[in-house]
Write a protein that binds this ligand. Structure first.
Ligand SMILES: [Zn+2]
Length: 310
């Protein structure tokens, strides 16, 4: 690709970004009650661990002795419904600990409520930094944040951490530059269950937040890591959609590895994002995971940022 076409391409991206910036700011305030569904994940131990869906992202609620553990908190507009559903599922009136897998609005919308009620919020350090300012993203229109200080995580990691909760070991581990620049996965090894966070969607292609430090190489690396810490029968909770297995993560890892190699072939041919989309390198998987246009364009754009000088 010529430098000219890259400049034109980048200019297009910046214009789109500017348009998004002046669009309506995300305002959580009074919103409609979300319809949140609850699915028990531990047969024979009702409420021990529940998947809550419908609040903006998949949320896991774990019953604890002094309150529940939540993994992610849905959108602020759905927070009230989500927390009511979590209380009903676990029997815990309050949230003891909330882990944010990343800083996007769909994951951090309950931070303010949980923080005000004295719950401990845990995240990657980058998530805390983002929640303290206004951020644009490839993943939502307008801007998000800053959140009030009470909503900021009080405990952060730059790498990994662990806790014991209700007799279960819980690991949370950084996945660099995969979906944002502050992704964590959360692993319950004794439950053989892993909450994958942003890099994994149930039945769609993932989104790479290329405005905020994520790139396709980080995504591929995340699948390598997730495949290495899970077994074929490990239950995987994606950011949205139905549960997956470790075997499915390994299969998708292979798809993304193959794509990564192919994107470099396109780079050497001087392709632009439109050429890559037109070449349909993911054709064989479109019936299963849908139209890959946005994913492909984002993945290739991220590669251009890294490898094509202006
Ligand atoms: Zn996200």
């Amino acid at each position: 690709m010529s430098p000219l076409s890259r400049r034109r391409f980048l200019r297009g991206g910046l214009e789109a970004l500017a348009a998004a910036a002046v669009s309506a700011k995300l305002r959580p305030a009074r919103a409609a009650a979300a319809s949140v569904s609850a699915t028990d994940l531990i047969p024979g131990d009702r409420g021990a661990m529940t998947l809550l869906q419908g609040a903006g992202c998949n949320v896991i609620a774990v019953r604890g002795p002094e309150g529940s553990l939540l993994i992610d908190g849905g959108l602020a507009a759905s927070s009230e419904s989500l927390l009511a559903a979590a209380a009903s599922a676990t029997g815990n009136a309050r949230v003891d600990t909330l882990i944010n897998t990343h800083w996007h609005p769909s994951q951090t919308g309950s931070n303010e409520r949980v923080g005000r009620e004295g719950g401990l919020i845990i995240s990657h350090e980058v998530t805390r930094l983002y929640l303290g300012r206004s951020a644009l993203s490839a993943c939502y229109p307008g801007s998000y944040g800053p959140l009030p200080k009470v909503a900021w995580p009080r405990k952060t990691t730059r790498d990994k951490g662990s806790l014991e909760f209700a007799g279960q070991h819980v690991d949370y581990v950084y996945l660099p530059a995969a979906h944002t620049d502050g992704d964590l996965y959360v692993h319950f090894p004794e439950r053989n269950l892993l909450v994958a966070g942003g890099p994994v969607l149930g039945d769609r292609w993932p989104v790479i937040d290329i405005r905020n430090g994520a790139w396709v190489g980080g995504l591929v690396n995340a699948y390598d890591v997730l495949a290495s810490v899970t077994k074929p029968d490990t239950r995987i909770v994606p950011a949205n959609g139905g549960l997956l297995t470790g075997a499915e993560i390994a299969r998708r890892r292979d798809i993304y590895h193959k794509l990564f190699t192919q994107l470099f072939v396109y780079l050497n041919k001087g392709f632009g994002p439109d050429d890559v989309v037109a070449a349909r390198p993911l054709k064989a998987h479109e019936s299963e995971l849908g139209d890959p246009t946005r994913f492909l364009a984002g993945a290739y754009e991220s590669l251009m940022y890294a490898y094509v000088p202006n």
